[in-house]
Design a protein. Structure first.
Length: 244
């Protein structure tokens, strides 16, 4: 079995894979030494991968290394695709893992992966198995937060289901602006990629994917846990290079 740990800006996730199936999953406020030890006591973990985009407790790494072979994902980790990003040291591990997972779904094709979470991340992988880069923009809740934080009177609101183009009060106007603006952005970027790559495959994931998928005009392939899946694929790739 394999352990995948993803320490993100908003959520932290742990998953145990048996083959390609997730047999255990948790998303605690914080991954702790106690929670990791519980996983190791319950499952026979052969190898693990840790991906972090935050400053995490280094004792977590020590515990994993003491229990199994561990890959700490960084710019030097071997990958199943060629990373052509000019500054790989600044590339978020979540973006890289999403790209790997997206390409694994559609090998030898041009793929655009959209991860709609805290930020909306667009990552493009070409048919030559090259990760080329992408774009980052604010996520839905970040846009609501910014409108409240950087104005005197606009209220703080939360995401709710809303389908109107014209808001009839301030709350609805904020909902319309953020939601319709985000949908226009995503559809617009997909359209621009399809102008260059008509057969491109588009994958959507992330915390807001379920909310957005039915509202977008473009045909997309929605998947869950794309970062965890990509990390597992990266771990498999490294395990093949250094068999247990």
């Amino acid at each position: 079995m394999k352990l995948v740990i993803d320490l993100g800006n908003t959520f932290q996730k742990c998953a145990v894979f048996s083959g390609d199936e997730i047999v255990y999953f948790e998303a605690p406020d914080q991954v702790t030494m106690k929670s990791l030890l519980r996983i190791f006591d319950f499952y026979t973990i052969n190898s693990a991968i840790l991906s972090s985009v935050i400053f995490h407790d280094k004792e977590i790494e020590s515990i994993i290394r003491s229990r199994c072979r561990c890959v700490i994902l960084d710019k030097n980790t071997p990958l199943p695709l060629l990373n052509k990003y000019e500054t790989p040291e600044t590339l978020g591990n979540d973006r890289l893992a999403s790209a790997v997972a997206g390409y694994s779904l559609f090998p030898n094709q041009n793929v655009l992966v959209i991860d709609a979470g805290t930020c909306i991340k667009y990552d493009f992988i070409n048919a030559q198995t090259e990760y080329c880069g992408g774009a980052i923009s604010p996520g839905l809740q970040m846009r609501f937060n910014a409108l409240h934080t950087f104005t005197e009177k606009l209220p703080q609101i939360e995401l709710t289901d809303f389908n109107s183009l014209t808001g009839i009060n301030t709350t609805e106007s904020l909902l319309s602006g953020v939601i319709n603006g985000t949908l226009a952005e995503i559809d617009g970027i997909i359209d621009r990629y399809r102008e260059k790559y008509p057969e491109i495959q588009v994958v959507l994931s992330g915390g807001d994917a379920e909310y957005l998928v039915s509202k977008l005009k473009n045909k997309i392939f929605a998947v869950a846990n794309i970062v965890l899946t990509g990390l597992k694929i990266i771990l498999d790739h490294n395990d093949k290079q250094k068999p247990l």
